[in-house]
Design a protein around this ligand. Structure first.
Ligand code: ADP
Length: 513
């Protein structure tokens, strides 16, 4: 018989011991040792069960049997022994004399006799997570006081086992995640709100030469550029930018902000794409340049022939067709040469340019087409100057391409709205129309060279175009540190937006790209 005061003292001690660890095996070992010691049992077994009652972990206080034999014995007692009875009834059981207790079975390989035994469940939210069994060779060694004590220990143990199990599960998931991130081929960095590198995966350590953690971002080579890129992404609410590394590699840097932690930064090496792009641009520029002279000759001769008197009808139609197609080809070649020049960055020196008169000029130049199609064009421009660093001609090309597209792709009697807003650091230029609209799948390809929306091209064969205007817009805007995007709905219209960094007219000088 164990006195009540001793029991509470033991349970208190057990609780303290159990709460000192989150390692599942250590917790199980402590539960069993303490229980066996405090009850005076000769042997004890503790095992954990899954939702289906299968043994997932087992531990014995004294046994030299191989684990598979112990497991098989547990399974036998679980199916028709005392353990199974406790599992099914979800409460503890005492077998004061195993010889007369029907629930008791003697195992085939049993070498030791058990006179009395008790088994209690480890209960968690009406589920038996495990069982704790004690044995003694003496009949009536255990009584109700032992059963109550071990039930108390088991209820403490059930909580500790559950905590340890959750901890192990979370820890395993964390380790798995860490292994995954570490094995990623792309460099991944975690930057805390103080701009310190707190984590770098294997690829970041190798490729960005991150030698230690908890250092300022600027302490790694190229870190100052990365810091600027992160600031830019935050201020412009975008989640990726291209960064040129000091060794000329180009990275597409993506950022994901994690509350309280900082930012997770992923770098994708796109140097080979950039090189390929440069080769392609160079190739296109060379071919375009070589095509320009013979084309001019063809157009010249076609013009001469057209002025001949008494041309047959068929000859005149053919010459018109030659001239029409040659003019289209010439426009395309000129745009390609332009694009190559913008993309290679050998750009004219940039100066401070007020973009408002540019918009007014472009609108004035298109007045005739606007009137012919009976379009209603309204502008809302800032009253102050809107100064950006750029080249007058290039900025005119941006505005002109967007305005002429709005006119081209809006049916007669439609609406075109031009809006410009200046914040402290940026100009947002938007041009909306009530035109054909662009299907979602086409929107992502719109700024690629030669891309023309197939549905629009098929349905409106009379609308001429090269598919180069928007590539030129993108190359210029991005070359000046801005970005351009489209929002559109088929049948409703489109809005093209350009965000450009504002140059402070009084204090800032412009630098060539
Ligand atoms: P182009 O107009 O010479 O074909 P762009 O590069 O300027 O070439 O435009 C590419 C394509 O994007 C156009 O062919 C057209 O299909 C689509 N597009 C451009 N602007 C608009 C617009 N405002 N509304 C609908 N579609 C447009």
């Amino acid at each position: 018989m164990i006195p009540y005061s001793t029991s509470t003292d033991i349970i208190y001690r057990v609780a303290r011991q159990l709460n000192s660890s989150l390692d599942l095996d250590e917790v199980l070992g402590k539960v069993l040792t303490l229980t066996v010691e405090t009850t005076g049992a000769e042997r004890g077994t503790l095992f954990l069960l899954d939702g289906e009652g299968n043994v997932t972990r087992q531990i014995q206080s004294s046994s030299h049997k191989p684990p598979e034999v112990v497991r098989r014995n547990i399974e036998i007692t679980m199916s028709h022994g005392l353990a199974g009875w406790v599992y099914r009834h979800q409460h503890g059981a005492l077998a004061t004399n195993t010889a007369t207790d029907e629930r008791w079975i003697t195992l085939p390989d049993s070498t030791r006799t058990t006179g009395s035994a008790l088994v209690v469940p480890l209960l968690r939210q009406d589920l038996v997570n495990g069982l704790l069994a004690l044995h003694h060779s003496q009949i009536r060694f255990f009584d109700e006081s032992h059963l109550a004590l071990v039930a108390g220990i088991a209820s403490q143990a059930a909580v500790a086992v559950e905590n340890a199990r959750l901890f192990t599960q979370i820890n395993n998931e964390r380790k798995g995640l860490y292994t995954l991130i570490n094995a990623m081929p792309n460099p991944v960095l975690e930057i805390n709100p103080e701009n310190e590198v707190v984590f770098a995966n294997q690829a970041a350590r190798q490729s960005l030469l991150v030698k230690e953690l908890n250092i300022p971002l600027q302490a790694i080579e190229g870190g100052d550029r990365l810091k600027l890129a992160l600031e830019e992404m935050h201020s412009r609410s975008i989640n990726h930018v291209e960064v040129r590394w000091p060794d000329e590699r180009v990275f597409n840097v993506s950022i994901n902000d994690v509350p309280q932690l900082g930012s997770v930064v992923t770098l994708d090496d796109i140097t080979y794409l950039k090189e390929l792009e440069a080769i392609k641009s160079q190739f296109v520029a060379t071919v375009s340049h070589d095509l320009k002279s013979p084309l001019t000759v063809i157009m010249g001769f076609a013009d001469v022939l057209k002025s001949e008197p008494d041309l047959s009808e068929i000859a005149e139609t053919s010459l018109n067709s030659i001239l029409h197609n040659a003019t289209h080809m010439k426009a395309m070649i000129e745009e390609l040469l332009d694009l190559a020049q913008i993309e290679t960055g050998i750009e004219e020196a940039v100066t401070q340019v007020d973009i408002i008169p540019i918009v007014e000029d472009v609108v004035a130049n298109h007045r005739l087409e606007i009137r012919t199609k009976n379009l209603n064009l309204t502008t809302s421009l800032p009253t102050d100057a809107a100064i950006v660093c750029g080249h007058h001609l290039r900025l005119s090309q941006v505005v002109d391409n967007l305005v002429s597209n709005a006119i081209k792709y809006t049916p007669p009697d439609g609406e075109i709205t031009i809006n410009m807003d200046c914040s402290n650091s940026e100009i947002l230029f938007q041009i909306s129309d009530t035109g054909f609209g662009i299907p979602p799948a086409a929107q992502s390809q719109l700024f690629q060279k030669f891309y023309r929306v197939p549905e629009i091209r098929e349905r409106h064969r009379d609308i001429d175009g090269t598919g180069l205007g928007l590539s030129i817009v993108k190359a210029i805007v991005e070359g000046y540190g801005g970005r351009v995007w489209v929002e559109s709905e088929v049948g409703m219209g489109s809005t093209f937006s350009c965000l450009l960094p504002l140059a402070n007219a009084r204090t800032e000088t412009c630098h060539s790209a």
